[in-house]
Design a protein around this ligand. Structure first.
Ligand code: HEC
Ligand code: HEC
Length: 516
């Protein structure tokens, strides 16, 4: 047993009565020191965050950058003054790059894009209520912008962008110039392409042939229709709609039409929507049964392609970025009921559907459509032209389904239509494929085998195009001509359709009568 003695436990430890006094010390941070330290910290931050970057961060201008013109700078001020920045950003990160129209893709922003006076203050913005505009140049032709800035619902029925119809014409012009400049050199190419295609559209309407404007139920297609066909992939020229004509499909097609298309094509489908006032070329009309049945470029396949891709040079946009393939085919179905009341009837029904038939001359024309073979086709593909020929000879009453087109009738090597291509591949250099379009219009607008049809070879046209470096078609000539590109500058052409338009009431809108 342990005999250890436990220490005695005190009932209460002894507490000091108060803390011992702190040894007296002198204060190290005097008020002057605090102020000095604060300022030092502040200016260090300013130096690192403001001075260092602005003095040492001097990226070279990116390849794409160019300075803004005076007019564009003026437009930039209009942009700043009207709060566009609250809805539209001005930079694209790599993960945001969106596939663009017309084969010239938009690009991610680079530091070197933000150079010069045109970027102070910058237009980065933070919110994308509307699309990013750093690549906006050339996505639409100028006349689309006129309609859109006047009232965004004149082009885009569901738009929530405010109207800017209070801008003076000068400001509107400047704003459009600025919009078209966004995207630098690449945007310039797109804008040039739009202008060229507008001029081509005008000129092709004026090509002197024995077939004037409009489509024929006899003879060959009009030059303007040939131009449209040339811009459509050949596989779609005579393709039928893959969807059945059902009430359900037509109803959905009508809904798409009313939500997206009536601003230009009109609530009656007659091409007289409120936006039409501003647009040249004007929106197409869909209410003529004859055109729906026998038009050169009104087959379901041609319509489909047009809606998918848009038509460069016109306000017709590419809805491929916004509508599903299904919806595009459905609205294509619906368009063909418009002549029989598809828009006005309570419910569009299959019996209203106009079946496209084409006409003999169109198929004959397609038959002798043979651009200079070794130019952009391989010999293999030339051989398969025979297949196209056979197909076209099926005659006017046969419309062909896409499956027939993808089967043996056309091989993989079948030459495509031109499709939509940039008119210029680099500044001053014409895309040879685009020259082909010109050649086709100029020559194939004549009946096969007539004088002139074989006189001019594609090589001639190309040589011409390349020596003149940058010439395109001019409005008002009776044949396509090559002219210097400065004449295609829209601000220098006399565009009756832009002049004064801002100051006039829109005759198509009753409530506009009192405006301005
Ligand atoms: C309230 C937000 C808002 C404001 C403010 C606004 N926008 Fe928009 N913007 C939109 C929306 C939404 C769209 C897409 C629908 C459409 O095309 O109208 C759009 C579309 C556009 C487009 C077409 C872009 C394309 O790729 O099709 C341009 C160009 C444009 N805006 C320029 C401007 C300019 C210039 C201003 C100032 C004068 C402005 N916006 C002010 C919301 C706005
Ligand atoms: C901003 C105006 C605008 C909008 C919106 C618009 N279009 Fe167009 N569309 C045009 C113009 C302008 C043309 C005429 C182009 C040309 O042939 O010169 C056209 C042509 C067409 C053509 C070719 C017609 C033909 O006979 O070759 C089709 C098809 C068409 N549009 C369908 C549509 C559909 C469907 C929608 C809605 C999803 C739509 N468009 C929306 C302006 C517009």
């Amino acid at each position: 047993m342990s005999t250890e003695v436990l220490p005695e436990i005190q009932a209460e430890p002894v507490h000091p009565k108060s803390w011992p006094p702190h040894p007296p010390k002198k204060m190290i941070m005097s008020p002057a020191m605090a102020v000095f330290g604060g300022l030092l910290a502040f200016f260090t931050v300013v130096f690192m965050v403001v001075v260092l970057p602005t003095t040492t961060f001097e990226p070279d201008p990116s390849e794409n950058w160019r300075p803004l013109t005076d007019l564009e700078m003026q437009g930039r001020n209009v942009f700043l003054a009207n709060g566009c920045i609250y809805c539209h950003s001005g930079f694209v990160r790599p993960q945001d790059v969106y596939a663009s129209q017309y084969y010239v893709y938009s690009r991610a922003a680079e530091p070197g894009d933000y150079m010069g006076d045109g970027e102070t203050p910058n237009l980065f913005g933070t919110i994308r209520t509307g699309p990013d505009l750093s690549n906006a140049g050339g996505f639409h032709p100028d006349n689309w912008h006129y309609a859109h800035y006047y009232n965004p619902r004149y082009t885009t029925p569901l738009s929530i962008m405010p109207q800017f119809n209070f801008l003076s014409e000068e400001d509107a012009r400047a704003l459009i110039a600025f919009t078209q400049s966004r995207g630098g050199h690449i945007a310039d190419l797109r804008v040039q392409h739009q202008n060229n295609m507008t001029a081509l559209e005008m000129a092709s309407g004026n090509v002197a042939t024995d077939r004037e404007n409009g489509d024929r139920t006899d003879g060959y297609p009009a030059a303007s229709a040939i131009k449209n066909l040339m811009l459509i992939d050949r596989g779609y020229w005579f393709a039928d709609n893959p969807l059945p004509v059902t009430t359900e499909n037509l109803l959905r097609g009508r809904q798409v039409f009313q939500e997206r298309c009536i601003a230009c094509h009109g609530s009656q489908g007659d091409g007289n929507g409120p936006g039409a006032f501003y647009l040249n070329p004007p929106p197409a009309a869909f209410n003529a049964a004859d055109d729906q049945q026998h038009g050169s470029d009104t087959s379901p396949g041609a319509y489909y392609w047009r809606i998918l891709r848009g038509l460069p040079g016109s306000a017709m946009e590419n809805f491929g970025t916004r509508l599903t393939v299904d919806d595009i085919w459905k609205v294509t179905l619906f368009l063909k009921t418009i002549p029989n009341g598809g828009l006005t009837a309570e419910i569009p029904t299959p019996d209203m559907y106009v079946q496209w038939r084409g006409y003999p001359g169109l198929f004959e024309w397609a038959n002798c459509f043979a651009p200079d073979k070794d130019f952009y086709m391989s010999q293999d593909s030339v051989d398969s032209l025979a297949d196209v020929t056979n197909y076209a000879q099926l005659g006017p009453d046969v419309s062909v389904t896409p499956s027939a087109l993808s089967g043996s009738a056309l091989s993989a090597n079948t030459p495509y239509g031109i499709g939509d291509v940039p008119g210029i591949v680099a500044e001053g250099t014409i895309n040879p494929v685009y020259a082909t379009v010109l050649w086709e219009i100029q020559n194939n607008a004549r009946p096969c085998g007539t004088a002139g049809y074989e006189d001019v070879t594609l090589h001639d046209v190309l040589a011409d195009a390349q020596t003149q470096a940058d010439g395109f078609a001019l409005q008002g000539t009776d044949q396509i001509q090559f002219i210097p590109s400065d004449m295609l500058d829209m601000s220098q052409m006399p565009p009756q359709w832009l002049a004064q338009v801002w100051d006039q009431p829109n005759p198509l809108i009753a409530s506009d009568a009192g405006n301005n």
